[in-house]
Design a protein around this ligand. Structure first.
Ligand code: NDP
Ligand code: 8X3
Length: 260
């Protein structure tokens, strides 16, 4: 399947960590040419090097802040300097901030979650679209969450943001019908990345508790799923994939093993 990705141009947002970095390595291993964006360029450079060691013929990096329209437009201008077509766009940048109830929620956390998970997907997609619509068979993969399907206490803004991402994906698929551009969303549950460290603003002990006694998904599990979605034949569109670890039957139903 991966040979379908050989020499294809793959743009990944949020490639400095977690799912995005794993996707860079995995798509690189499949021979894809990579365009990687995030705010932490030093980390992007390290990821690009790893992807090239895995087999990527080229892995370019550039600073990207999806919460800023000018940064997104500048990033896509840089992209057009490398290629006049994209084969895969992975809108992955995003995350959660805080786990406050609505009663105690912070404006800055809400605004960041909407800026990255919702407006970021819109901005990057709008700027990248000409490179996709001119290339029928290309695919847009958005990274959502089970939080976009089911609400939980303390997750109002994040759940709303990921529900927004899901509806953007659905609307876009309707808008692009007839262009040959495919649109899908991959919606994971518990996965151990830097997600919870970011959510808890650097409190690593609290972040570790999220995964205590559980065998969560890994970033590589998600990267493999993205690779599979991206490498379907051009007439196949994977609309929505929900992926959870076996220990997570539902958002509130998680099997936790007692400490040995
Ligand atoms: P990480 O925190 O490990 O990675 C998040 C990535 O997003 C980083 O590369 C970060 O880069 C980037 N990012 C954040 N804000 C911006 C921004 N404004 N502009 C550009 N890049 C940005 O978490 P994950 O890998 O887990 O998260 C990836 C996606 O998966 C997110 O959308 C998250 O909501 C979603 N998700 C995660 C789950 C989980 O349990 N881990 C489950 C379901 C969905 P930098 O800071 O360098 O800019
Ligand atoms: C991350 C999964 O359940 O922590 O999107 O919201 S959850």
């Amino acid at each position: 399947m991966s040979s379908r990705l050989k020499d294809k141009w793959v743009l990944i947002t949020g490639a400095s960590s977690g799912f995005g970095a794993a996707a860079a390595r995995t798509f690189g291993g499949a021979g894809a040419r990579l365009l990687l964006g995030a705010r932490r360029v030093d980390r992007l450079k390290a990821v690009a090097e790893e992807a090239q060691q895995m087999g990527s013929p080229v892995a370019h990096v550039h600073a990207l802040d999806v919460s800023n329209t000018r940064s997104v437009e500048e990033f896509l201008q840089w992209t057009r300097g490398h290629t006049d077509r994209l084969d895969v766009l992975i809108n992955n940048a995003g995350g959660a901030l805080g786990i406050d109830s609505v009663a105690t929620g912070k404006d800055e956390d809400w605004e960041t979650m909407m800026q990255t998970n919702v407006l970021g997907v819109l901005r990057v997609t709008r700027s990248a679209l000409p490179l996709l619509t001119s290339n029928p068979g290309s695919v847009i993969l958005n990274v959502g969450s089970i939080a976009g399907h089911v609400a939980y206490e303390g997750g109002a803004a994040y759940c709303a943001a990921k529900a927004g991402e899901l509806q953007i994906t659905r609307a876009l698929r309707l808008e692009l019908n007839g262009t040959g551009v495919r649109v899908g969303t991959l919606d994971p549950g518990l996965a151990e990345t830097e997600f919870s460290v970011v959510r808890f603003k650097g409190d690593r002990a609290r972040a570790a508790k999220v995964y205590e006694g559980v065998e969560p998904l890994t970033a590589d599990d998600i990267a493999e799923a993205l690779l599979w979605m991206a490498s379907r034949p051009a007439h196949v569109n994977i609309d929505e994939m929900i992926i959870k670890c076996t220990d997570q039957a539902a958002i509130h139903k998680v099997n936790r093993r007692p400490k040995a």
